[in-house]
Design a protein around this ligand. Structure first.
Ligand code: PLP
Length: 379
């Protein structure tokens, strides 16, 4: 079996499992309890907070643990919006549904949304930012790295323009964490969403990194945990796992980047030799693990299913929308024609992948392509 779908989720790292197990088995205290059981759990949560702060370039007091990227994005967007009756929002059209849907819901409640323009490579056009920014925006949101194409936005320059106008800026950093260096302070943004399961941590853990000078309303009420911004008893074992994965991600970033750059080059060169290839966002700066491609005339979902029959896991777009037959909203926003967008296949590699797996993938794609083209000429 070959797993090439790391942007959907990644395998739990053995060291992460080891770090988590004692908190299921032995250290079951509630971090809010004053006794020894509670203190052990509290110390573990605070240690994880330091580890996540380190990998995101934040301070521990800026970390709010959540149940993952979706909750972090909702907390930032709905938490900011709840401070106002209504107003205007500036947002990226190629963001993840966990950003787009809460924003679209606000549009039904009287908020006005201005969507940033992206070019054919999936890069946010800064001229659209200049003209949009004159309006009165309550806040802005734009992802750092795209989950489908891997394109990295120029967040520091967008953030600098927004800061001049005092517009709080939220960034979804879920696909950037562990793939590029993140420095919350240097980015100059107000909120950053991250998730554990994309970096070898457990599902159901994430964080919102916050600038505490910007007010935010909590989504839930009922306790005082996480500065009152994410109340409810902490998922201690998952938070510990997130911390362990964050530490490994920071330690291995350089090594992984080098390894993934080599694999990606092998993959892209191999794909190009097959011909009839579309390499989406080829000219853009991208995270090193992601390649989105299509082969003219071959449906992306068909390719995914054929590869699955051969034991190779890839995706035809965002995992969250794999139930729907719609073409990728990311590619459509880039101006890619729908019939071309439907050919898209996303390969997202991870540190555990090897060159021989890439070779095997290339030969299977070639076989599927030849079979499809043969069928097309016979009928
Ligand atoms: N944001 C992006 C860019 C993602 O790719 C994902 C997951 O696919 C999420 C947010 C949601 O994160 P989670 O699965 O932790 O809720």
């Amino acid at each position: 079996m070959i797993y090439f779908d790391y942007n959907a989720t990644s395998p739990l790292k053995p060291a992460v499992i080891e770090a988590m197990l004692p908190f299921y088995r032995d250290f079951y205290g509630n971090p809010s309890s004053l006794h020894r059981f509670g203190r052990i759990a509290r110390d573990a949560v605070e240690r994880a907070r330091e580890q996540v702060a380190e990998v995101t370039g934040a301070t521990p007091s800026q970390i709010v643990f959540t149940s993952g990227g979706t909750e972090s994005n909702n907390l930032a967007i709905r938490g900011l919006a709840d401070r106002f009756a209504a107003g205007a929002i500036l947002a990226g059209p190629i963001d993840h549904p966990s950003v787009l849907e809460p924003i679209k819901a606000l549009a039904t409640k009287g908020w006005s949304i201005t969507w940033l323009r992206v070019n054919d490579q999936g890069i946010v056009c800064c001229d659209s930012l200049e003209s949009a920014i004159d309006s009165e925006f309550r806040f802005a949101s734009c992802m750092i790295a795209n989950n489908e194409t891997g394109v990295i936005q120029d967040i520091p320059s967008i953030a600098a323009r927004l800061r001049e106008k005092n517009i709080p800026f939220h960034c979804d950093g879920v696909q950037a964490l562990g793939k590029i260096a993140l420095d919350f302070q240097a980015l100059g943004i107000a909120f950053l969403s991250v998730s554990a399961h994309k970096i070898g941590g457990p599902k159901g853990a994430g964080a919102l990194v916050i600038d505490k000078s910007v007010g935010l309303e909590a989504l839930f009420r009922g306790g005082a945990q996480e500065h009152g911004l994410r109340v409810g008893t902490e998922n201690v074992a998952a938070i510990v796992g997130f911390g362990a994965a964050a530490e490994i991600a920071a330690r291995d970033l350089e090594k992984n980047t080098e390894h993934l750059n080599i694999l990606r080059k092998q993959l892209e060169q191999g794909l190009k030799k097959l011909g009839s290839l579309i390499l989406f966002s080829e000219q853009a700066r991208r995270v090193p693990n992601t390649v989105m491609f299509g082969i003219h005339g071959i449906d992306g979902e068909m390719m995914v299913m054929e590869l699955d029959r051969k034991g190779i896991a890839v995706s035809s777009g965002a995992a969250c929308s794999s139930q729907s037959a719609e073409a990728s909203h990311v590619l459509l926003a880039m101006g890619i024609p729908e019939e071309v967008a439907r050919t898209a296949v996303r390969v997202s590699l991870g540190p555990e992948n090897t060159a021989s797996q890439v070779d095997r993938f290339l030969s299977e794609v070639n076989r599927i392509r030849s079979a499809a083209q043969l069928k097309a000429t016979v009928y």
